[in-house]
Structure formats: C-alpha cells, structure tokens
Design a protein around this ligand. Structure first.
Ligand code: SAM
Length: 290
C-alpha cells in the first residue's frame, strides 16, 4: 500500500467479512428459490461487505435526522399551549440537529480515503456503489463509533481507559523493564484493538506493537485517527447525541468532546507499529507452530 499520506505505518491486510456479514450476505436459508445459487467468491463477499459498511456510514445523517424529525413532528401535532410549554425542548432538538450534522462532517473525512485502506485490496470501485439501504445494527455501529472515539481518544475518556488499559500497560512494564530488554525488539499483539489506543500506548512506551481488528467500522475510524490526525484536539464530536433516553440533563445529549487528546504520530522512531485487519483467530492461527 502506498502510504504517502499516512503518518504512522499503520495497516493493514487480510480484511475478512465480519459485522454479521456472512449472516447478511449468505442468508440463503430464507430463500424460496429451489435452484442452488452459485457460491459467491470470498473476494465478492468481501467487496459487498465493504460496500455495505461504507453505505452505512453514508446513511448516518439521513437516518439520525429521521429520528429527530419524528420528535419534531410529534411536538408539532400538540396544541399551541402544549407546544409553548415545550419551547425549550424544541431548542434542544435544534442543538441535536446541529450536532448530528457536525458528526456527519467527521464521518465524511473518516470514509474519504477508505478505498485504499488495505495493502492487498483496492476498493475504488466499491465506494462508487451507493445504496441507502442500511440495517439498524449497522447504523448503531456507525453511531457507536463516536462513543468509541470519546473512550479511546478524548481527555474525557481517560478514566475509562485507565480502568481497562492501565493494568495491561503496568504488567508490560513489569515483565519487560527498560533495563532488562531492548524495548523495540519486544513485539506485542493487541487483538480486538478497536480504535487503536492501547496499541498506540504500548508503541509510545517504546515496544513494537501490532493491533488487530476485524470490524470495518473500527478499522475505518482507527485508520483516520492513526494515519490522518496530526496534532491534538483538532476535531470535535458529539458522542451521546443519539441517546434520547437516560440523560440526567438535556445538555448531556449534546455534550461535545474533542479528539485526539494526544498526537497519534508521537511514536518513537525505532518502534514497529501497525494494525492488521481480519479475524484474530484466522490471522494468527499458525503463530507458534512455525
Ligand atoms: C469491546 S471492543 C474493545 C475495543 C478496544 N480494545 C477498547 O478497549 O476500547 C472489542 C473489539 O474486538 C473486536 N473483535 C472481536 N472479535 C475479534 C476477532 N476475532 N478478531 C479481531 N477483532 C475482534 C471487535 O470488533 C471490537 O472492536
């Protein structure tokens, strides 16, 4: 892969359909057709899967605004007196709309260069296939990317990160102390790496590290953070804007956070840092037998 515009040497090989792809793409059990359909090649499945996920990202704004529109429509159906009582809520819904529109701007940059995300696959044709069909599960995964960005790459997510990443980082420091090992020669694998913060933290401490992830939702977003973000707090997002219930205050829904809280390029030079795409079980199956 030409990585001329990549800041870290991050990515990426062996994309495998995930995210219920097989469920959706191979769902022949419900078919009434008695003729056996020709088997789709793995390549074809992968391409369709890629198209599906890109289109889920593209549908974010329309889908999220539709939910908002339903609330606005409901308020409009109330009596003038009731509507007057809900004036503040209307203003809040306006803020929700602005937040969704802003999140969509981030989505556009996340999916901008995904056609060339993988070293061993060109998806230029796939991104030209536009479809507004999207299933709820995929849409929830797109929306959850904003919460994951908050968790992994914002100042506000620090407590959550510390609770899960710190014990791992402490253990690594204990097992491979600087005075006993040549840190770049220690190779650490992080399966299920999400948006790459844990592998980044390990690499930043001087160890070589590969993150592994099989979800294209995560891989698109981690590619954006790790390869395209240069600097601190350059983007803002509204992670909770899709959460209409269980908010203590209306403001909680439209709270903004910035990311990334650290510069993702900030990795020591000698360190080998990469992300590998695909299922952990398949990619590393033969490790240890060689
Ligand atoms: C609970 S999330 C954790 C993400 C991140 N490490 C964090 O702590 O925020 C688990 C991640 O593992 C990924 N995952 C699950 N099974 C996997 C597999 N077999 N191979 C690669 N990634 C996998 C999921 O897509 C998901 O992003």
């Amino acid at each position: 892969m030409e990585e001329s515009d990549s800041l870290n040497n991050v990515l990426i090989s062996n994309p495998l359909p995930d995210d219920n792809a097989n469920q959706t793409l191979n769902n022949k059990e419900n078919s009434n057709d008695c003729e056996p359909e020709p088997e789709e090649s793995e390549d074809e499945l992968e391409r369709k899967h890629f198209q599906r996920i890109v289109n889920a990202f593209r549908s974010y704004k329309l889908h999220s605004l539709k939910r908002l529109y339903n609330s606005t429509k409901y308020i409009s159906s109330l009596s003038p007196h009731q509507q007057d009582l809900l004036k503040g809520y209307r203003t809040h819904l306006d803020q929700v709309r602005v937040a969704i529109e802003h999140n969509y701007e981030i989505i556009k940059v996340i999916i901008k260069d995904v056609a060339h995300l993988f070293q061993n696959a060109d998806h230029s044709e796939d991104i030209k296939v536009i479809s507004s069909e999207v299933n709820m599960i995929d849409m929830e995964k797109v929306q959850s990317i904003f919460k994951q960005l908050y968790r992994e790459w914002s100042v506000e997510g620090k407590d959550e990160r510390d609770a899960s990443f710190k014990p791992i980082l402490d253990e690594i420091a204990l097992r491979y102390p600087e005075d006993k090992v040549d840190k770049p020669n220690i190779q650490i694998l992080v399966p299920g790496a999400g948006l790459g913060r844990l592998p980044y933290e390990i690499a930043r401490r001087g160890y070589s590290c590969q993150g592994n992830e099989f979800s294209l939702f995560m891989l698109f977003a981690s590619n954006f953070v790790l390869n395209k973000c240069q600097g601190v707090d350059i983007f803002k997002i509204y992670p909770w804007v899709h959460q209409y219930y269980n908010n203590l205050k209306s403001y909680d829904q439209v709270q903004m956070v910035r990311f990334p809280d650290v510069n993702p390029c900030d990795i020591p030079e000698k360190v080998d840092f990469s992300m590998a795409a695909g299922s952990y079980i398949e990619i590393y199956n033969n490790l240890g037998t060689n």
